[in-house]
Design a protein around this ligand. Structure first.
Ligand SMILES: NC(=O)c1ccc[n+]([C@@H]2O[C@H](COP(=O)([O-])OP(=O)(O)OC[C@H]3O[C@@H](n4cnc5c(N)ncnc54)[C@H](OP(=O)(O)O)[C@@H]3O)[C@@H](O)[C@H]2O)c1
Length: 274
């Protein structure tokens, strides 16, 4: 039975990964969340998910090393000590830098420092500990795929070629995550473990619902400039269902043999981010 560990299944893209992977009763799906009671309730009230005995929800904040250790032990008990896939989806998306350039944030130095530390704590350090703690399970798995959900914003070429100014701190944290994936790959490719950084595209999870008109205007200005030239076929944000379906195809097809070890790709399996 293929086994999956997915972090951040409380909402958004992670919840959709939980929904899609658990729809196959052959899969064992372990979801990590910060608030287990809330997610248990959500799952039990979801007409699709309620009653799926292959879903197991454990509590762990990705920044809590002891919590992750405990989750690894609990997961091993469910799976018999092995794990086929890690989908490291949990991530911090900070409203602070989503609509501004790096130079504009300089007027708030203390908040800039705090936000960047928080982003690294979750998106980088948390995932390093997650991978190291669950690696013994992956080593005993059959499929051996470790997928980190990153962002197209972290592509340096996109930033350089299209003057992509938005979300500078978040982008830096995801670029660091991409390098961490490449480093894990460099060490563990020889053991047959595929590490891959995978961007989901632009996905509507309600993150912009609280944006001010001024913030939305800034975002519209940047994308209004970018889209016609960079991605003329872009029809607007994907639904979580669409994004996860696309990413699942990339996950199935990616392999060390095909040259994907340590790579950073989009929901299309290439470097087209929108
Ligand atoms: N949506 C997009 O357009 C987009 C684009 C590019 C990349 N991404 C990436 O896709 C992934 C999923 O994002 P999303 O769009 O679904 O965002 P979301 O709706 O904000 O969900 C984020 C998830 O991460 C969890 N999380 C945050 N901090 C955590 C922590 N310290 N410990 C454990 N879990 C934590 C959240 O749990 P709580 O419910 O407890 O807060 C939530 O489940 C993220 O890595 C994000 O960077 C999204």
């Amino acid at each position: 039975m293929p086994s999956y560990l997915i972090t951040g299944v409380s909402r958004g893209i992670g919840y959709e990964f939980l929904r899609q992977y658990s729809s196959d009763t052959n899969n064992i799906v372990v979801g990590l969340v910060r608030n287990k009671a809330t997610t248990d309730k959500k799952v039990s009230e979801d007409p699709d998910l309620k009653g799926r005995s292959n879903i197991h929800i454990f509590a762990a904040d990705i920044t809590d090393y002891a919590g992750l250790q405990k989750a690894a032990l609990e997961t091993a008990k469910i799976t018999g000590g092995s794990l086929d896939y890690i989908i490291a989806n949990a991530g911090l998306v900070a409203p602070f830098d989503q609509y501004d350039g790096i130079g504009d944030l300089g007027s708030q130095p203390e908040q800039l420092t705090k936000e960047l530390r928080d982003l690294f704590e979750v998106n980088v350090i948390g995932n390093i500990h997650l991978f190291n703690l669950f690696l013994p399970l992956i080593q005993k798995g059959q499929v051996r795929k470790v997928i980190a959900i990153t962002s197209g914003y972290s592509d340096i070429e996109l930033t350089r070629n299209w003057d992509m100014t938005l979300a500078p701190l978040y982008s830096a944290s995801k670029a660091a995550l991409n390098m961490i994936i490449a480093k894990f790959s460099a060490q563990f490719k020889k053991d047959g473990i595929l590490f891959l950084a995978l961007a989901p595209g632009t996905v509507d999870v309600g993150n912009h619902d609280t944006a001010t008109p001024e913030q939305l205007q800034k975002s519209t200005a940047v994308f209004g400039e970018l889209v016609p030239k960079y991605a003329p076929d872009f029809k607007g944000p994907l639904t979580p269902e669409q994004s996860v379906s696309l990413m699942r195809t990339v996950i199935v097809n990616a392999s060390i043999e095909k040259g994907n070890a340590g790579d950073f790709v989009s929901q299309f399996g290439n470097k087209q981010w929108l």
